[in-house]
Ligand binder design. Structure first.
Ligand SMILES: C[S@@+](CC[C@H](N)C(=O)[O-])C[C@H]1O[C@@H](n2cnc3c(N)ncnc32)[C@H](O)[C@@H]1O
Length: 270
């Protein structure tokens, strides 16, 4: 399927939790290990609505992709921090609107690649590729994605529930700037991110729990999330609480009114 070299299953470290697998546990998936479930249960004891929030994040990905493919006419997607495939995946949404849509998924967790190769099949007219790379090395991602995407045409850069795993010290803002700088005018940036200003004390405890599991979690305020979009035209309604970002684009969403402490936004490069 892909020209990109596969990772070995032997590189999957099951001795400590990994964000992709903890998230898979939140979503009710089977591609996680006891260490992932243990951290998931700790977080759930702190915030009983965590599984609902994870599902909501997935729904936002679908709504944003629908908006991009249907209303904004985007035909190319670069989805970094794609996660273990969970139907419906981004390419399914994009290619059901436009079968010729080309999608490159990127993740740095080898378990994602192991499942992606087996599960990600797209339309014959389009492209669905996966590459194992780290968001902290944007140049490597751009170089490899060039084989699949046409950088002279608009691309949607999808960073859904990724940036709260990348600290400012690791260059979070520079990474987004570098990636967006490589994209043509009319390209879009999609971000969802854990809020730091919703319930600061509980957020602090969640950060500690992740840290004890060896995972860096970086919640951000609304203003800090908006900073990712500096210089771009924010799509209405701007940076919103995630469930409030174009709820009318939702399909099969089951809402219970519980607040979801995640911000979401979509911006357009002029
Ligand atoms: C919470 S999951 C989100 C999955 C998917 N984007 C979604 O929203 O449904 C975060 C993903 O980001 C990946 N990730 C974390 N840090 C990363 C990095 N530095 N480079 C690439 N992927 C990363 C994790 O492996 C995980 O699959």
């Amino acid at each position: 399927m892909s020209a990109i070299p596969p990772a070995s299953a032997e590189t999957i470290d099951t001795s400590k939790p990994h964000p992709a697998r903890v998230y898979d546990w939140f979503l009710g998936g089977k591609d996680n290990y006891p260490v992932d479930e243990e951290l998931g249960r700790q977080i759930e004891s702190l915030e009983p609505q965590t599984k609902y929030c994870a599902q909501h994040n997935r729904w936002f990905m679908r709504r944003a992709t629908r908006h991009l493919a249907e209303a904004a006419g985007i035909r190319q997607f670069l989805d970094i921090g794609s996660g273990i495939p969970t139907e419906p995946n981004l390419h399914r949404i994009a290619q059901s609107a436009a079968p010729e849509a080309r999608v490159v998924y990127v993740d740095n967790d080898p378990i994602v690649l192991a499942h992606a190769e087996a599960l990600l099949t797209g339309t014959p007219e389009g492209a669905t590729e996966f590459l194992e790379a780290d968001a902290r090395d944007p140049d490597a991602i751009l170089e490899q994605a060039e084989g699949v995407l046409d950088f002279s045409r608009p691309i949607a850069l999808s960073l859904v529930a990724l940036m709260h795993f990348i600290s400012d010290d690791d260059g979070a803002y520079d990474i987004v700037e570098r990636l967006m700088a490589a994209l043509a005018p009319g390209s879009h940036l999609v971000v969802s991110q854990m809020a730091g200003d919703f319930d600061p004390e509980r957020t602090r405890q969640a950060v500690e729990m992740y840290k004890a599991g060896g995972v860096t979690l970086v919640p951000r305020s609304r203003a800090e999330v908006e900073r990712f979009f500096a210089g771009f035209e924010l799509v209405d309604p701007g940076i919103a609480w995630l469930p409030d970002w174009h709820p009318e684009l939702g399909v099969d969403e089951v809402r219970n009114g519980t607040p979801v402490p995640l911000y979401a936004g979509v911006g357009r490069k002029r």
